[in-house]
Design a binder for this molecule. Structure first.
Ligand SMILES: C[S@@+](CC[C@H](N)C(=O)[O-])C[C@H]1O[C@@H](n2cnc3c(N)ncnc32)[C@H](O)[C@@H]1O
Length: 239
């Protein structure tokens, strides 16, 4: 067996193990896990575009909801020298896997990276970020949670910083067909909050067809001059 075959086999074995781990966590808690498989390479690349766009200056990057680390692995080699990476992951088993990933990764010095096992809306930090990469399944959450998370993201960004996140295509229609009325109403209210943020802050949207399921990737930018958060009072009304 040559070196290429063994390293290729190792990558395949790792992907397989990650696929199983993701599936097990989805079976435990589908709402928080948000998917039954990790994102594919094309989606990871689109999500990390703002890091490439802002390189080569050193960046402060936050990845929220990193799961088994598919996007993290795409992100790390793109980080300019002297950058900082903070990872926030709510699931303790994913967080422990991510700790192993970052401490053994040849591109990272230990001082550059930090894995926090917590909910991103509860992240206690004064750090501000140039880029936030979010893997959170926002369409599974309540409108109040989504408003809290989006407001926290905007607060955590430096003025001019970029939030990048994804949403699967067609989830609202699928829910309208299969879910209760209350669930369809919750999803519609979340979509409305996201649409308000998109109208106010979006700099671009891309469709990634080469993912299962296909997804939209959104880039939102915190304005250089601080603005009010969109319709902060409206969430209670939508609950
Ligand atoms: C759809 S998965 C995405 C995983 C990975 N980024 C990917 O693209 O394959 C969502 C991840 O967000 C985590 N998560 C959900 N809610 C969270 C929260 N409020 N704060 C931090 N992580 C959260 C879940 O545990 C899960 O790992």
């Amino acid at each position: 067996m040559n070196d290429w075959t063994t390293s290729h086999d190792r990558v395949l074995a790792q992907r397989n193990a990650e696929g199983w781990m993701f599936l097990i966590e989805a079976a435990r808690d589908l709402r928080t896990t948000g998917a039954i498989a990790p994102s594919g390479k094309a989606l990871a690349r689109a999500l990390t575009d703002p890091v490439r766009a802002q390189a080569p200056r050193p960046l402060a990057v936050l990845e929220a909801g990193a799961g088994t680390g598919t996007v993290t692995r795409t992100l790390i080699p793109e980080l300019p020298r002297a950058s900082r990476l903070d990872i926030v992951e709510a699931n303790p088993r994913f967080a422990s896997r991510l700790r192993h990933l970052v401490t053994t990764h040849p591109h990272l010095a230990p001082a550059q990276v930090n894995v926090n096992q917590t909910y991103v809306e509860q992240l206690d930090t004064d750090q501000r970020y140039d880029v936030i990469v979010s893997g959170l399944p926002l369409t599974n959450f309540t409108p109040v949670q989504v408003e809290r998370i989006m407001a926290r993201y905007m607060e955590l960004l430096h003025p001019g910083g970029t939030l990048t996140y994804f949403a699967y295509l067609g989830t609202r229609k699928a829910r309208a067909l299969t879910a209760s009325r209350a669930e369809a109403r919750r999803h519609a209210a979340v979509d409305e909050i996201m649409a308000t943020y998109q109208r106010t802050y979006a700099t671009g949207r891309w469709t990634v067809w080469a993912n299962v399921p296909p997804a939209y990737v959104w880039h939102l930018q915190r304005p250089l001059v601080s603005a009010e958060h969109p319709e902060p009072q409206s969430v209670e009304a939508r609950r």
